[in-house]
Design a protein around this ligand. Structure first.
Ligand SMILES: Cc1cc2nc3c(=O)[nH]c(=O)nc-3n(C[C@H](O)[C@H](O)[C@H](O)COP(=O)(O)OP(=O)(O)OC[C@H]3O[C@@H](n4cnc5c(N)ncnc54)[C@H](O)[C@@H]3O)c2cc1C
Length: 454
């Protein structure tokens, strides 16, 4: 076909190279009428699901599991050709309460959980069942999570079990959280349970989530997608209410469609020419950050994937030993223990230097595990991210921005828009599909735009 008869290809910029951005480019590149470029600020693709190199192996920077119920993610893994590197494992969890560790996996564990009396255990079980039976999330969207949990579980169970779990995810910012959050979480977690024994099955990808991202990125490149890492978008250029390109350190790059996968406050900074109300709406979206040290050990610490901590004096809120899911042979036989703390936007802890985090964390870690032999520690690496868990106060669902923004040709997606599902890799991939449906639905109306002058 010569140039005169070749139809113009629509130029698409995908801003952000996390799971959502790479899934978008991967799926869109299956068409041959699009010219796609991914822009990623970091040195590698992956975003929150990126990796860290340690002793010559790639490990998840933050702990990541794929649940057996994450079917979209598993389909993507299959399609991108890395299914042979996906492994299912039975995992276990426990609770750390008043200096003791208790298993918390089966109905028997629940019915014999020592920190609660028999009546309280029954109410806790009832809450889990109640969440499974409820299918209309809208009923819970205007009820505070505390009210919903106290109503069914009772105050004592709320204080002993639910509040520590909420604190683990929201720091102090959970008073205003709708019940939808815990309902979604219970649904998601129960989806991993198999059979009458309630075994919890999770999966991991050899060398982490990045294995999938890398496979998708390689196929993107084969199909002609341009991937620019180390390239922060400085501005999304808007002219006459329409996105016409992006500004990089190399100048203006013209595009017909721009899809942002950035968290809302970061996108707000890039669109000075968008309607002011829209900029404000994005800028006001609050997020918790995470401080997440990784303890690299020579031996296993606990037999659980996650140990939930109910003691509020301990700065981290869980002990996540991912090598109880991941076979240690994939990480040079190290044992990886993540000690996360989600931090509210006003919590000064987020700014603590690594040494201060290490001292404070280890002080409490050694109190929790008094028999721990410190010679087992190989390393202590502090990872952190500022925008992780969106805070969506009660009754604000109608303020979630639409993926088709008020700026023509500008689409957006991020975890604050995923509702009532939780923000995770599976949901991010599904949200990417929704954006694609919208972009393609708008395609017939698309006409080539004049190239703007830099
Ligand atoms: C501690 C922790 C544990 C988690 N555990 C799990 C788990 O077990 N299972 C699971 O499924 N999910 C888990 N998640 C959630 C999962 O990581 C996220 O839902 C997912 O990675 C979000 O992907 P995303 O593409 O939407 O966003 P991001 O990963 O945030 O990607 C956005 C990208 O945009 C880039 N960017 C920002 N500004 C610019 C700019 N100006 N120009 C260009 N690029 C820019 C960023 O660098 C980033 O790479 C966890 C997250 C954390 C923090």
């Amino acid at each position: 076909m010569n140039n005169r008869t070749q139809p113009p290809r629509m130029r698409v910029a995908v801003v952000g190279g996390g799971i959502m951005g790479v899934t978008l480019a991967y799926k869109l590149s299956q068409r041959d009428d699009l010219d796609i470029t991914i822009y990623e600020r970091g040195g590698n693709l992956g975003g929150l699901a990126a990796f860290m190199w340690y002793d010559g192996v790639r490990m998840d920077r933050f702990y990541h599991t794929i649940l057996s119920s994450d079917l979209s993610m598993q389909a993507l893994i299959q399609e991108s050709g890395v299914a042979d590197r996906l492994h299912f494992t039975e995992t276990k969890q426990g609770f750390f309460d008043s200096g003791q560790i208790y298993p918390f996996n089966t109905p028997i564990d629940l019915m014999t959980y020592p920190p609660l009396n028999i009546f309280q255990r029954f109410r806790l079980g009832l809450q889990v069942l109640y969440a499974q039976l409820e299918s209309d999330w809208r009923k819970m969207d205007n009820v505070s999570v505390e009210d919903w949990l106290v109503k069914v579980s009772g105050r004592a169970v709320y204080e002993k079990v639910w509040k520590p779990l909420l604190r683990a995810k929201f720091d102090t910012a959970f008073t205003d959280v709708p019940a939808t959050y815990i309902w979604s979480r219970l649904k998601r977690m129960m989806g991993t349970r198999q059979g009458v024994t309630s075994k919890e099955m999770m999966c991991f990808l050899e060398n982490g989530y990045y294995t999938l991202i890398e496979a998708m990125a390689e196929q993107c490149v084969q199909r002609g997608v341009t991937i620019c890492v180390d390239t922060a978008i400085e501005q999304i250029v808007i002219e006459n209410g329409r996105a016409v390109g992006v500004r990089t350190p190399d100048g203006l790059q013209p595009f017909d469609v721009v899809i942002s996968t950035l968290v809302s406050p970061l996108l707000a900074k890039l669109i000075p020419d968008a309607p002011e109300a829209f900029q404000r709406q994005l800028a006001e979206q609050e997020y918790l950050g995470v401080l997440c040290p990784v303890l690299i050990l020579k031996q296993q610490l606990i037999p659980y994937y996650v140990l939930n901590i109910t003691d509020e004096t301990i700065p981290f809120t869980g002990v996540v030993e991912t090598t109880n899911l991941i076979d240690p042979k994939y990480v040079k036989n190290y044992h990886l223990v993540y000690l996360p703390k989600y931090v509210a936007p006003d919590n000064p802890m987020y700014q603590w230097p690594d040494d201060q985090v290490k001292n404070e964390w280890m002080k409490h870690f050694l109190k929790m595990f008094p028999d721990f032999d410190e010679s087992q520690i190989v390393d202590f690496i502090v990872q952190r991210a500022r925008y992780v868990e969106p805070i969506r106060p009660l009754g604000t669902t109608d303020q979630i921005p639409h993926l088709k923004t008020p700026v023509e040709g500008l689409y957006m997606g991020n975890t604050a828009m995923i509702h009532p599902d939780l923000g995770n890799g599976d949901a991010a991939a599904r949200f990417a599909y929704r954006i694609i449906d919208q972009v393609l639905a708008d395609l017939p109306a698309w006409t080539p735009q004049p190239v703007p002058v830099a």
